[in-house]
Design a protein around this ligand. Structure first.
Ligand SMILES: Cc1ncc(COP(=O)(O)O)c(C=O)c1O
Length: 378
């Protein structure tokens, strides 16, 4: 048995392919290549699904961050906070608008932004904005972050590139994107909702901000004196995204089911799993296991790879350990301890319980074979 990390063949099944082809050939015939009817249809449906007033499609998730920073008027020399555990693009977007990234430390159990660290960092540096990241698909502790940001007049951009399908609370099912902040998404092919290439989106509740973003993504058109750029989303990508949106909730629910199987078959690893309260809340973009140290993570990764189990390290380095970013400031101790320890197991909507049992058994074998007595403690 092999358990791959992704399963594009099942995602792009025959009937999906047929529908996609019909849409693509209609677009070719209509010569409507950018910002067509599917862009508008997707923006309308996605914003309603995520309980936001406006959705603006852009070319990718990194542009979504950059354009959001510009929409918040972040300029050359401004300080912008970000958690130490994220994908490089979060920091890159800050630097590309001329601002200075400031590291905020993370919560050691999850990798999410630590509100106490945010509070300390924001007392020390005059942050213009902060980018909490819903890493792995886990909702960041927004209530606390919001309170601190509101007190200090710091604008919030939520990086939800990995979090389509995540909720802030179980009771009211408030989706990521529903708060009064800018929220950015990536629709890169591996994401929970994916284009057939690059695409991204920004959600906002504010009509003026939506108008500004609409203008920024299209050369400043419609706004005198504004320098924008080209970050339009191709019509073909929008048509694919709109088509996939119909199945998206179902697929996200399947991911939750897969996560439940993992909790059932990895009970013996309790201390390495995320707290169970995240089961109904995470988008389960990834399924992270936090190992005791980098060596253990590497050994488990190569052991599982030998058995055809797709797994990957997220992330090898914290932002403060990246060569291009070492010169920047902030709090970084927990993020640096966390980096290199997380191994993500196969996660996609099509994994069966039998496959998870197989993964669980192999992990058990690995720990039975290893001689270190304390491997199961954090
Ligand atoms: C947390 C995070 N932010 C931003 C991005 C950037 O998105 P894109 O690759 O669509 O530019 C990604 C993509 O992987 C991501 O995971």
């Amino acid at each position: 048995m092999k358990v791959p990390f992704y399963n594009f063949a099942s995602l792009h099944h025959d009937s999906f392919q047929k529908q996609a082809e019909t849409r693509i050939s209609a677009i070719l015939k209509a010569n409507s290549f950018v910002e067509g009817k599917y862009n508008l249809a997707f923006e309308k449906e996605f914003s309603s699904m995520q309980q936001a007033n406006h959705c603006l499609l852009v070319a990718n998730g990194t542009d979504a961050l950059e354009i959001s920073l510009r929409a918040c008027d972040v300029k050359q020399g401004d300080f912008v906070g970000l958690p130490g555990i994220t994908f490089f693009a979060t920091a890159e977007a800050i630097i590309n608008v001329g601002a200075i990234p400031v590291f905020i430390d993370i919560e050691p159990t999850t990798g999410l932004i630590c509100p106490e660290s945010f509070s300390r960092v924001s007392s020390q540096y005059n942050l213009k904005a902060v980018i909490p990241v819903h890493i792995y698909g886990l909702p960041a502790p927004m209530e606390k972050v919001q309170q601190i940001a509101d007190n200090k007049n710091i604008q919030i951009i939520e990086d939800a590139a990995q979090a389509f399908g995540a909720f802030f609370d179980q009771e009211n099912q408030r989706p990521v994107g529903s708060l009064n902040n800018l929220t950015t998404f990536s629709f890169y092919p591996t994401k929970n909702l994916s284009a057939m290439g690059d695409a991204g989106a920004i959600l906002t509740q504010n009509t003026d901000t939506a108008d500004k973003i609409r203008s920024l993504r299209n050369h400043g058109r419609g706004t005198d004196g504004l320098i924008g750029r080209n970050s339009r989303c191709d019509h073909i990508q929008a048509a694919i995204l709109h088509l996939k949106l119909a199945e998206a909730q179902k697929l996200n629910n399947k991911r939750k089911k897969v996560a439940r199987y993992y909790y059932k078959h990895l009970k013996f690893l309790n201390s390495l799993l995320l707290p169970e309260k995240y089961l109904p809340l995470s988008s389960w973009h990834l399924f992270p296991l936090k190992l005791r140290n980098n060596g253990m993570r590497k050994r488990l990764q190569s052991y599982l790879t030998e058995f055809g189990i797709g797994c990957a390290s997220y992330y090898e380095k914290s932002m403060s350990q990246e060569k291009a970013l070492v010169k920047f400031i902030g709090e970084k101790e927990e993020a640096e301890k966390f980096a290199g320890r997380v191994l993500c197991l196969p996660m996609n909507p099509f994994i069966t319980e039998e496959e998870i049992r197989f993964v669980g058994n192999k992990i058990k074998d690995f720990f039975d074979l290893t001689t270190e007595a304390d491997v199961l403690t954090n």
